[in-house]
Design a protein around this ligand. Sequence first.
Ligand SMILES: Cc1cc2nc3c(=O)[nH]c(=O)nc-3n(C[C@H](O)[C@H](O)[C@H](O)COP(=O)(O)OP(=O)(O)OC[C@H]3O[C@@H](n4cnc5c(N)ncnc54)[C@H](O)[C@@H]3O)c2cc1C
Ligand code: SF4
Length: 340
Amino acid sequence: MRSFLYQRATDPNMAVQLLSAAAAADDPLTQAAAQPLAGGTTLIDLMKLDVMRPTAIVDINPLAQGWSAIETGGESLRLGALAKMSDVAAHSEIERNYPVIANSLKLAASAQLRNMATLGGNVMQRTRCSYFRDISYENCNKRNPGSGCAAMDGVNRMHAVLGTSDRCIATYPGDLAQALIALDAAVEITGKSGSRSIAFAELHKPPGTTPEIETTLQPGELISAFSIPGRWPRSVYLKARDRQSYEFALSSAAVALDLQDGVIRDARVAIGGVATVPWRARETEALLKSQKFDDGLAERAADAAFADAKARQHNGFKIALGKRVVARALAQAATMEIRS
Ligand SMILES: Cc1cc2nc3c(=O)[nH]c(=O)nc-3n(C[C@H](O)[C@H](O)[C@H](O)COP(=O)(O)OP(=O)(O)OC[C@H]3O[C@@H](n4cnc5c(N)ncnc54)[C@H](O)[C@@H]3O)c2cc1C
Ligand code: SF4
């Protein structure tokens, strides 16, 4: 491992100052010379692999007292960025009113990782593309801009079918992000000039011509919290993976329905494991609204989610699999028992 400067930030201003001081002005946060350290379960791995080479680490764990709150009650939810995945997953009000969030976390990683890992770190984790994570491959536009993409004609079974570009076809790997995007979450961001809030849907950037720029965070900025409007007790997270023990999604769906007398008043659908960014399936949602739920409708709506999918040599199966996951998640949400 390379040597680096380790600093502990004792308040948000200090964290932002330390990160800004070490970051080069034009570095995207995910490549920056200075990286915030939360649970470390992704960052330290990538540093050991020499994929990420920060010269400075700013430990933000001392901010946990203010940034790990889980605020429930009323008609909204606010989650601190340093809340542990395991604490949020096991929170009784989140299990009752936002099961899509609780289940996306329970199905992510292993129990040990969830005890260590934070929500902010989870949404900022980097792709699991094996060519990205192995520096013996030169050709990776995300790691080494302009070098090409080894996955295009390589082993691309795990790669994306939606939101790809001719520069990068890597999937966004996390689970929580799909639940957040389906529920119209907002992200609170702390930076040099104070706080700002953006829609979670604006956080991740599709690869386009600059796959190395993965988020809209600026150097020195930190995620401090997520907020979710409304309550969604009729919501489901379904994940298909190669094995039942901890594993990343081949395909997943986050579904939230507002259903009255069998008719869908509102539908939220996001899909994971198949796209370069957390993917909101707007066409699917439009098809479902104001319709009476039945299995045929679920299948037509699932087809719509993949209408623009583009398969590579080894990942065509993800289109058929993804449609089934969406249709099954819709059926589960429509028929689930709501706890009062
Ligand atoms: C074996 C294994 C299996 C896994 N399986 C899954 C899975 O199935 N599903 C899934 O979703 N995840 C999975 N993960 C990923 C795991 O969930 C993430 O490693 C974890 O959530 C990251 O959180 P952390 O707090 O440890 O982040 P860190 O490793 O500390 O940080 C990750 C990145 O986010 C940045 N960061 C951290 N906090 C902030 C913040 N507040 N603001 C801005 N940037 C920040 C860091 O600088 C770093 O770049 C798996 C990981 C492993 C090792
Ligand atoms: S898919 Fe993206 S991350 Fe993977 S090798 Fe190609 S450019 Fe790199």
